[in-house]
Ligand binder design. Structure first.
Ligand SMILES: [Zn+2]
Length: 124
């Protein structure tokens, strides 16, 4: 069995497009999902230690037990948990990717934007 991981918004509209995208992108059978409302804000601001720890506990399981070596982080259009314009969300996403890359050097970190048609694109 092969796994990738996503730190996604809890928004139901972003789940299936992202899972399908990652299965194709990394050729994995399964995608472990860690969801919060607006997770990029939690990872970028790093002010809510309880939520940060909660994300990392779940990420540890995916990386250690499921041997996931790819972690995607999702920002998206019309996010209720983090209602900011795309430009500001992409700045947060960049910081979020830096946080995960720093704490999980063994994984590839990918940033994803889900647009108003629920299409997934990679952010470099
Ligand atoms: Zn959202």
């Amino acid at each position: 069995m092969s796994f990738a991981t996503v730190i996604n918004c809890m928004d139901g509209r972003t789940q299936l497009p992202v899972i399908e995208y990652l299965k194709g992108r990394f050729g994995v059978e399964y995608v472990d999902s860690i969801t919060e409302p607006g997770p990029i804000r939690i990872l970028a601001e790093q002010t809510n230690q309880r939520l940060l720890d909660s994300i990392c506990v779940r990420l540890d399981i995916s990386v250690d037990k499921h041997k996931s070596r790819a972690v995607a982080i999702v920002a998206h259009h019309d996010c209720t948990g983090n209602p900011l314009p795309k430009k500001e969300q992409l700045e947060q996403l960049n910081k979020a990717m830096g946080y995960v890359a720093e704490h999980y050097p063994e994984v590839t970190v990918l940033g994803l934007w889900v647009d108003d048609h629920w299409q997934v694109s990679e952010i470099s």
